[in-house]
Design a binder for this molecule. Sequence first.
Ligand SMILES: [Zn+2]
Length: 315
Amino acid sequence: MKFTIAIDLGGTIIKTGLIKEGQLIDKKEIVAHSASGLKPQLPELEEAIGGLLTSNRITRRDVLGIGFSFAGLVDSTENRILSTNQKYDDGPETDLVGWAFEKWNWPLFAMNDARMALLGEWQHGAGVGCSDLVAVTLGTGIGTAVVIGGKLLTGKHFQAGNLGGHFVVNHKGSVCTCGNIGCVEAEASTWRLPSLLKEHPGFTESAMKNEEVLDFRSLFRQAGNGDRVAKEVLDHCLSVWAAGMITMIHAFDPEMIILSGGIMKSSEIILPALQEKVNERAWTPWGKVKLVKARFPDSAALYGADYLVRSSVNK
Ligand SMILES: [Zn+2]
């Protein structure tokens, strides 16, 4: 049995992949309707998985199991979703293990998506050979995961290292979707960016005002054109992310931080700016923490899912 099925349930796109001996050989993407819940998406997932099997001429007996990557807190011992934040909110009531067993007689192994992406980068990507690393995903929200001493950090309630997007960087700051105040995500993230721009006193005179979509793509473009408001908001975001990363460094003592997510499409601007701030401010007398771009920014979680299935089945 050489194959594994990997599922990465994101907020806007669901990725499914077929992996053979550590290589992603086929994938299918589905539009996510995360606000409507997880259960309504299961038939579409079944169809996508069926398509992967048929078009690659394999049967369910050729598959070891499913690795299921989820944007929320996940109990990776019982393989069930513990808590969500405005995405697939029926997750905790959905029996994924039972679903996979009933449909295909496969075992299913679930994990938080940032952890899954870290597993993929650690085993196959930018983190190969490193025993102490942190992964940060700058997407709609901000996901984090940690490996210390060659072990994935999970903690008693499966949340250790996972909530770096909710580290407080401004105790008098904005209210976050998680209920806390001044989280990294609440101060600078894709979901926060539109209000961040509109609250800027210079917004009405800024070229950003004429942008159809207030996202990081338009922000980077207008900052590159020299727009003052875009530059100031971008600087603010970089400072917030650097503050979050320095706290990750002080908390977890990594050698490396691997960055991925949609915002990293502008990595040539982000990486040097963050590295400079981290070099200046982090207390690391042993040397400098290296910030690197993910090798598989779009598919690290799929590779991680494959690793998780293989290591769990062979236990
Ligand atoms: Zn928060």
